[in-house]
Design a protein around this ligand. Structure first.
Ligand code: SF4
Length: 158
């Protein structure tokens, strides 16, 4: 019997499987990199754009920690763990430029499965020595997206 599958669903399953495998592959190496040598990327779609006070830079925003969205809480936790200031990406294309400039030994990113898949592939091609970890959004889309703070906290503390 032929089973019909929704193409978008099966693509997302493929992204989910790939990012999960990559997370497992890089987990140990990531754990060995000091937090000061890691970089955190979160997506701009998590911001509360009506009130957001983040400062716009070239390709990303810097969170002003106004507390209106979860990014502020992630930024505070990251500070307490010794990470450099997190970067709020306007789009995935800025990743490579920022990584080339900042030269982190590890990258942790929050994004939708598609962006996570693309980032793993791009960074692997650029420098397979960079240990990458990915946390998927729990609600994706173009705005008002969401992520699990508990899962992000666990990842940042590895
Ligand atoms: S916590 Fe940061 S990213 Fe979120 S709305 Fe406030 S300034 Fe913007």
């Amino acid at each position: 019997m032929k089973i019909c599958r929704h193409p978008r669903k099966s693509k997302e399953e493929a992204y989910r499987a790939f990012t999960s495998r990559q997370n497992k592959t890089f987990h140990k190496k990531f754990s060995e990199v000091p937090t000061s040598q890691r970089i955190i990327f979160v997506p701009h779609c998590m911001r509360k754009t009506q009130v957001c006070k983040a400062v716009e830079k070239d390709g990303y925003y810097c969170c002003a920690r106004c507390g209106a969205c979860k990014i502020g809480a992630i930024a505070k936790l990251a500070d307490s763990l010794g990470y450099p200031p997190l970067l709020i990406l306007k789009g995935g294309r800025a990743i490579l430029r920022i990584v080339k400039e900042a030269k982190p030994r590890a990258v942790v990113g929050v994004a939708c499965f598609f962006e996570g898949d693309q980032a793993f592939r791009m960074l692997r091609e650029y420098d397979p020595a960079i240990a990458v970890q990915f946390i998927p959004l729990t609600k994706d889309g173009c705005s008002d997206t969401d992520a699990d703070l508990g899962e992000i906290g666990e990842k940042l503390k590895i």
